[in-house]
Design a protein around this ligand. Structure first.
Ligand SMILES: Cc1cc2nc3c(=O)[nH]c(=O)nc-3n(C[C@H](O)[C@H](O)[C@H](O)COP(=O)(O)OP(=O)(O)OC[C@H]3O[C@@H](n4cnc5c(N)ncnc54)[C@H](O)[C@@H]3O)c2cc1C
Length: 412
C-alpha cells in the first residue's frame, strides 16, 4: 500500500489536513487507532470561535492567581502532585502571557482565526453536513456587575479586530434565550462565530468526504511509524503503509512520535470534562452560552445540553476527578433548567497546548518528509480546516496563504 502521504491522527486536524492534501492531487492514507473524530474532536463545546482573536493567556493579576491558587475555582483546577511536572511549562506560559508577548501571539494567530469560519463553510457544504451548523453565534453571560465590567473591557479590546457583538440587558437576553433564569445581570452576544450541534459527526462527515474522494482510512497504531530509506512506513491492520511524506496530527498524543525522534517540543495538556443533560419543562437553548464567572459552556447538542468544563491541570492519565464538573453543574442549574444527566459517566478530554499559545504547523526540522500539525489547544475545532490548508500548501510547494514562521517546530 503506497501513498504520497500518511496522515497520522483522524481528529478534526488530521482529517482536514488529509482533505486539503487530497484536493491538491495527493494520494493520502489517514491512520488512526479509532474511527475518525472520536477523541478530543468529539467532546468539545462546538464553537468555531471566530471571536477568540486574543489567545487564552495565563492571568497575571495577583487576584486571579490567588483565586486559582485556592483551587476552588470552577474555571481552573489543578492537582498538587502535577505541579512539579508542569511547573516549567506554566512558567513559560506565564512569560508568553505578558502584554507584549500576548500581542505577538494574537498577531501570529490572526490569519488563522480570520479564516476559520470560511474554511469550515467550504468543507461543511461539500460534506453535506450543513444540518449540524448554526450561524447564530454564542452568548456570554455575567452573574455580577464586576464580571460584566471585565467582560465588556475585554470586548472593547477586540473591537478593533472588527468583530460584531451586541451588549444585552437582562430583558434583551430573555428575548434571545427565553429559558435562561434570572441569574445574569447582562450578556454579550458574539455574532461572528458559528457553532455545531455535534463535533464528532462533523469530523466524521469530513472523513466521509475524504474517503468518497478516493482517500484511504486505515486502523493502526501511529507509534509503529518508522523510516525506511527516504520513505515513512506505518503498520496498519491491513498491512504496512508506505509514503514519501508523513504528517503527525495526533493532537495530545503527538509526543508519542516526536519525543522518540528527539524533538523537545513543550506540548502539555489542559484537561476538560463534559456531560449531557435533558431540559426540564421543554426548555430550549438556541445557541451556546458561556457563564463568564463559572468558566463553563452550555451547548445545545444532538445528545442533549452539553456542559463543558474549564481547565483541569493534571497528569495526562490521572484518574478522573468530577469535582469541577459537579461545581459547574450546580452553577449551570441556576442559569438554565437542566434535567437529568444523560450518560452514566462524564467524558474527559485533553486540549493539546503549547506555552506560546500557537500550534506547531510545518516541517520536522531534522527528518525529511515528516510534518507536524498539532497543539491547537482551546481552538482545534475552530482551526482544523485552516491549519490543514496551510500545512497542505507548504507540503505541496504552493505559496502559503499566510507566513507560517510563527508556527514552526524549531521555535522552542
Ligand atoms: C472540554 C473541551 C472543550 C473544547 N471546546 C472547543 C470549542 O468549543 N471550540 C474549539 O475550537 N475547540 C475546542 N476544544 C479544543 C478542541 O477539541 C481540540 O483542540 C481539538 O479537538 C484537537 O483536535 P486534534 O485533531 O488535534 O486531536 P484529536 O481530536 O484528539 O485527534 C487525535 C487523533 O489521534 C488518534 N491517536 C492518538 N494516538 C494514536 C496512536 N498511537 N495511533 C493511532 N491514532 C492515534 C486519536 O484516536 C485521535 O483520533 C475543546 C477541548 C475540550 C477538552
Amino acid at each position: 500500500m503506497r501513498y504520497d502521504v500518511i496522515v497520522l491522527g483522524a481528529g478534526i486536524v488530521g482529517v482536514s489536513a488529509a482533505l486539503h492534501l487530497q484536493s491538491r492531487g495527493r494520494s493520502v492514507c489517514l491512520v488512526d487507532r479509532r474511527s475518525p473524530g472520536e477523541e478530543t474532536s468529539s467532546g468539545n463545546a462546538g464553537l468555531i470561535e471566530r471571536a477568540s482573536v486574543i489567545p487564552y493567556a495565563m492571568p497575571r493579576q495577583v487576584s486571579a492567581l490567588l483565586r486559582y491558587g485556592l483551587n476552588r475555582s470552577p474555571e481552573v483546577r489543578y492537582r498538587v502532585s502535577h505541579l512539579p511536572r508542569i511547573g516549567s511549562w506554566l512558567f513559560q506560559y506565564w512569560r508568553h502571557s505578558s502584554p507584549e508577548r500576548l500581542l505577538e501571539a494574537t498577531n501570529a494567530m490572526l490569519p488563522l482565526i480570520e479564516r476559520c469560519v470560511t474554511e469550515h463553510d467550504g468543507l461543511i457544504e461539500k460534506a453535506g453536513v450543513s444540518h449540524l451548523l448554526r450561524r447564530s453565534g454564542w452568548i456570554e453571560t455575567f452573574r455580577t456587575v464586576e464580571g460584566q465590567r471585565k467582560a465588556l473591557a475585554a470586548a472593547k479590546d477586540v473591537a478593533p479586530y472588527g468583530l460584531r457583538f451586541d451588549v444585552l440587558d437582562p430583558e434583551e437576553l430573555k428575548r434571545r434565550e427565553p429559558h435562561l433564569g434570572n441569574t445574569p445581570v447582562g450578556a454579550i452576544h458574539w455574532r461572528d462565530p458559528t457553532t455545531v450541534s455535534d463535533p464528532e459527526a462533523l469530523t466524521k462527515g469530513y472523513a466521509r468526504l475524504f474517503t468518497q474522494g478516493g482517500g484511504r482510512f486505515a486502523s493502526g497504531d501511529a507509534r509503529t511509524l518508522s523510516q525506511s530509506g527516504r520513505d515513512w512506513v506505518v503498520t496498519t491492520h491491513e498491512g504496512p503503509v508506505t509514503a514519501g511524506q508523513a504528517v503527525v496530527a495526533l493532537g495530545p498524543w503527538s509526543d508519542g512520535i516526536f519525543k522518540p525522534l528527539g524533538y523537545r517540543i513543550p506540548l502539555a495538556v489542559k484537561r476538560g470534562y463534559h456531560m449531557h443533560y435533558g431540559a426540564r419543562d421543554g426548555a430550549r437553548l438556541n445557541q451556546p452560552v458561556l457563564d463568564f464567572e463559572g468558566g463553563y459552556v452550555l451547548t445545545p447538542m444532538t445528545k442533549g445540553i452539553r456542559l463543558t468544563t474549564g481547565v483541569e491541570l493534571a497528569d495526562f492519565d490521572a484518574p478522573e476527578d468530577y469535582g469541577q464538573l459537579d461545581q459547574a453543574e450546580a452553577l449551570a442549574r441556576d442559569l438554565f433548567p437542566l434535567g437529568e444527566r444523560v450518560e452514566p459517566t462524564p467524558w474527559l478530554g485533553r486540549r493539546p497546548c503549547l506555552p506560546d499559545m500557537r500550534p506547531v504547523i510545518g516541517a520536522a526540522p531534522r527528518h525529511a518528509g515528516l510534518w507536524f500539525c498539532f497543539g491547537h489547544a482551546h481552538h482545534g475545532l475552530t482551526l482544523g480546516p485552516v491549519s490543514g490548508r496551510l500545512l497542505a500548501e507548504m507540503m505541496t510547494g504552493e505559496a502559503p496563504f499566510c507566513d507560517p514562521t510563527p508556527y514552526r517546530a524549531d521555535r522552542f
